[in-house]
Design a protein around this ligand. Sequence first.
Ligand code: ZN
Ligand code: ZN
Length: 757
Amino acid sequence: MRVQDALALIDSTVRSLGGRIAYRHIEESTDPPRGPSPREAGLPDALARSLEELGIKSLYLHQYRALEAFRAGGNLVIVSGTGTGKTEAFLIPIAEALIREGSTPPRPYALILYPTKALARDQLYRIKIFLEGALGYRVEVLDGDTPQSKREEIYIDPPHILISNPDMLHYGMAFSEKFRDLVSRVRVVVLDEMHVYGGVFGAHVRWILYRLRRLAGGRRIRFIGAGATIGNPSELAAQLFGESAKVVEGPRRRRGRAIHLLVEQGRASRWTLAAAIIASLARQGLKVVGFADSQQMAELIARIARRSFGVQVLVHRAGLLPGERRRIEEGLRSGDVKAVVATSTLELGIDIGDLDAVIMSKLPRSFSSYLQRAGRAGRRGRPGLVATILGDDPIESYFLARPREFFSQEPDPAYIEPSNIEVARVHAAALMLQEGLLDPEGLPDPMQEALEELAREGAARLVERRYYPDWRRVRGIVENSSIRSSGPMVRIYDISRDRRGVLIGYRELPQALYDLYPGAIYYHGGRGMVSVRLDVNALRADVRPLGGDVGFYTKPFYTVDVVALKPLKSRYAGPVRVIYAELILKVIVEGYTVREEYSGTLINEVRYQTPLEWRYRTLGIMLKYPDPGFEKLTDAISAYHALEHVLISASKPVVGASDTDLGGISYPTGHIVIYDSAPGGHGASKLVFERLEKVHEVARRILSQCTCEDGCPRCVFSPYCGSGNRFLSRRGALKVLIAVEKGIKVEPSKPRGRPLA
Ligand SMILES: [Zn+2]
Ligand SMILES: [Zn+2]
């Protein structure tokens, strides 16, 4: 099918459901500027020859700059779009350095880390061709799937280049003497796809690299970061490497043309519209991946595609067992699978072959994420199609009114909160396994704090200024840790056969509270299930499959309250004093509503006799907003509640946060809390703290641009509201922000009254 025909097909599908293509953006292909030839670049003979054999007559300019920067010593970050020779940009300097080491270079000389096993295996071939083929260096993967015999082989006779992932490095350094010995010799560490190392994952990786630096002792490790979409490369590098790095920029955009469409949702839901577009393209034999921002929404799109449009669409998401995901990836690669809906799991560069089209059912959490997803569309010699559905959502309406602003955005910054104690605690335990007794003197502050906490828990003992581990407990802490999250994982069991149940997946807390409360409808691999029990202490959820099409969905009623607050810093944004603080939160799930899937009609409302409760520590901001002169208490409640919602919406483009990264609480007294939803904090609320003026500006525009009576999904409603979007006033929220602009004074007080989430 020709591109023009595919475009016409999308157009007619969208129109048949009452929507329209609101904006079309053509991305022209950019060929990266060329630099010198391998010989002119002064590369050693063998390397220059092997590059020529691979058909590389000249280096790209950014590859040459990366080479120069590496030669000058120090650390390096390469920012360059998909398909612009980013991998070679770090392999060339490493190969040159290896050659200069002579005939017996230290092994392993370089450690290349990919964020996932799948990605590492994917890149292996390319790296082997480059380094093994002509140059004779050995390249091996060592990860969780490597059999023991192969590991032993690697320990005894290490390769020149070791490819792995941060999880392996984390567990390996904690639990294996031989592994420690192996990686302690590494001279260069590469972090490819560096943009993913933000948030909680980034905070873990920062500590993992810190532990690696300690293993190396006095010997210096040099770091190279590489990524396509990093908004703040130099800052992120400093956070991850613990040292500064020189930034080399290549072309930011991908190679190859693309046609981007912004689709305005009509009368059908965005999920139906996405399913319709995916189904119509797949029916024509095109390969298409749809993206959804939550696991349950991905399941929903697949179900609608099958039921309403008769097209089989598979679901690729976290929380499925790994084998299931691998089968889908292989199917896409071989072409047996034509249509898949994924969460951000397929956003990274896992090889799924060329795609004809990418359909986003919702604006992704950040512009970087948009670029990553869009970058997957396109085949050799033909433009990729990227369609994004914009509908009833504050940020989507914002960009629908300003499409040019959308496409001229810069990639978002990746943020890390180094003081996350939940994260530091895992690595304090791991460092004890790695080194034995620990002298806290000279350790970074969060690590010292984490050790104090381990001592309070009884996992360590402080004797004469040294921490002695309780081996069993510290092992337990590291074994049960996941560097992908900071919250404890709930195991999900299907108990339809027997009471012991069959493990079908995982969900981390606190998200498990909002997805798996008793009575919740939960979709898994396209199948509707009902949660019958959630035990947050035993970290277990029991579910039962439901027969046939379920036809309805559930949403929880919940509140979040601040149990304790420890201020860390504060500042003024106009008349508003904002405090950045450590918080202890109490989440209470009180019941849920049941609604019909398509019409949204309320079927039932359930209130638990004993609500579900869970407490956790995180980071967040607290502010008190002025009172513009509300007459009734409900006016105040509705205004501050709406303001809380819109502040979270406005934060998304300003700090690059996802829908569920930030949570909020409003109080009738004008106090608003915005917190990191991950236990321990991931840095998003700290960026809100720093960029509050900008957040106010975007919030103000969302509130004043909407033409609704007094609140609607385009301005102040939130799908994550704990009270079903009751008590919300757009006009009231706008009055408060105008009072902030006027500088109306805020009287200090403590938050009082029933909190609304
Ligand atoms: Zn509105
Ligand atoms: Zn709410």
